[in-house]
Ligand binder design. Structure first.
Ligand SMILES: *Cc1c(COP(=O)(O)O)cnc(C)c1O
Length: 418
């Protein structure tokens, strides 16, 4: 199976951002995206695309999705003004948080997991497989499978099962089977390879519930659409609460699903600045971070053409971050497109900046954010210090998840003995 290959960088100046037409029928966002998969997967992806398109026009499907998002997930999540944190950023600015931490299971991942699980059921597939890194997507998938009575198998790198034993237990409690992957670096990218292998073998019965806005077409599109509920709600809420659009929106970027979920519904409003914050790890040297768009180059990984962390031979580099959920060497192709067209910009925040963001929000507002989301919070604090936040700025940060899962990591990083 072709997993990756090197390509030359697309010509940035040839692309300009277009909102409504992406992805095109080949699954391309500008020159990014597509389906770089073996022949055996092409028909499976075509079947998925057809079923997804049909579900979009199916009123019964859309109604059930809406109702479950409301009564099970707890949507709409609030758009919450944080005055004391705003003060820390810069006097005179106004920061709002989109509270995905309040969604059932404590993060945005459930939005996508629920949508895809309903799609699987509509397609008559009763066996769900998924990959997971830190375990968050595995838990979200196991959760919706329990809700809908679907069989659930989660592929997880052996190293990750050891690092995230609590999430392994959660998934089992929810009725899922967790398969430990011992190939390669025994982490997320190996779990994805193993899940793809299972899918090809069991395609008649099986639906691959992919966790982020990456992978081959139509996944980046499907995940974006299911996560766009975040930005669609936020757009209505900010107009209602402030009577105008925000000047700046920030979100952390791992594979890019929470960020595209809030960016996309605002991207056609020209003057809103969109900033994606990647994990800077300990430092921006190979193997010590996960800042794919900041420090990577285009290439193919897991079926899509996008920015990648790779060495000169095209080998995928190891990643490093205090937040396990941002630890992916690729990124969704729509973000590569937003970067190349200049519609969004991407920056890097290191572990220390994230820790600072987490502590600042906890103390100023009584909200303990996930370490992932804390990258965006910490970066915003730095922008304030550098005088980059004009008076009167209206800002939204996507608070992708709550921090309970990170407490042991944070205590260790702060040298606190529990
Ligand atoms: C998984 C996760 C992320 C990163 O994934 P994206 O697909 O980039 O959103 C961010 N925040 C939280 C809380 C997560 O669990």
């Amino acid at each position: 199976m072709q997993i990756q290959k090197q390509v030359t960088s697309p010509n940035a100046s040839s692309q300009s951002y277009q909102h409504d037409f992406y992805p095109d029928e080949r699954g391309r966002f500008g020159s990014f995206g597509g389906k770089f998969v073996p022949e055996s997967l092409m028909t499976i992806l075509a079947e998925l695309e057809e079923a997804y398109e049909a579900s979009r026009k199916d009123e019964a499907f859309q109604t059930e999705l809406r109702e479950q998002l409301h009564s099970y997930v707890g949507r709409p999540t609030t758009l919450h003004y944080v005055p004391r944190f705003s003060e820390l950023v810069s006097p005179g600015c106004k920061v709002y948080l989109k509270r995905e931490d309040l969604a059932h299971t404590g993060a945005h991942k459930i939005n996508n997991a629920l949508g895809q699980a309903l799609l699987a059921r509509r397609m008559g597939k009763k066996r769900i497989i998924a990959e997971t890194g830190a375990g968050q997507h595995g838990v979200a998938t196991a959760t919706v499978c329990a809700l809908l009575g679907l069989e659930c198998i989660i592929y997880m790198g052996e190293l990750d099962t050891q690092r995230q034993s609590l999430n392994v237990f959660r998934m089992k409690l929810l009725g899922a089977e967790v398969r430990s992957v011992t190939s390669g670096s025994r982490t997320l990218k190996d779990a994805i390879n193993e899940a793809i292998r299972d899918w090809v073998t069991n395609v008649e019965t099986t639906f691959y519930l992919f966790g982020t806005a990456a992978g081959p077409h139509p996944y980046p599109r499907i995940v974006r659409d299911f996560q766009s509920v975040i930005g669609t709600e936020a757009r209505e809420q900010i107009l209602q609460q402030e009577g105008r659009y925000p000047d700046l929106i920030l979100a952390c970027v791992g594979g890019g699903s929470n960020a595209i979920g809030i960016f996309y519904p605002f991207a056609d409003v020209p003057d809103i600045q969109l900033i994606g914050v990647e994990a800077g790890g300990t430092e921006l040297t190979p193997g010590n971070h996960a800042s794919t768009l900041v420090a990577g180059r285009p290439g193919v990984l897991h079926g899509t053409l996008s920015y990648l962390l790779q060495n000169d031979d095209g080998q995928i580099l190891e990643t490093q971050s205090i937040s396990a959920g941002l630890d992916y060497p690729g990124v969704g192709p729509e973000h590569s497109y937003l970067k190349e067209t200049g519609r969004a910009s991407y920056v890097s925040a290191n572990d220390a900046t994230a820790l600072r963001g987490l502590q600042a929000l906890s103390r100023s507002e009584g909200i303990i954010p996930a370490l992932e989301s804390s990258h965006a919070l910490g970066y915003l604090l730095e922008m304030g210090e550098q005088g980059k936040i004009p008076d009167g700025s209206l800002i939204i940060v996507n608070l992708s998840g709550r921090g309970d899962k990170d407490m042991l990591t944070v205590a260790k990083a702060l040298n606190v003995q529990l």
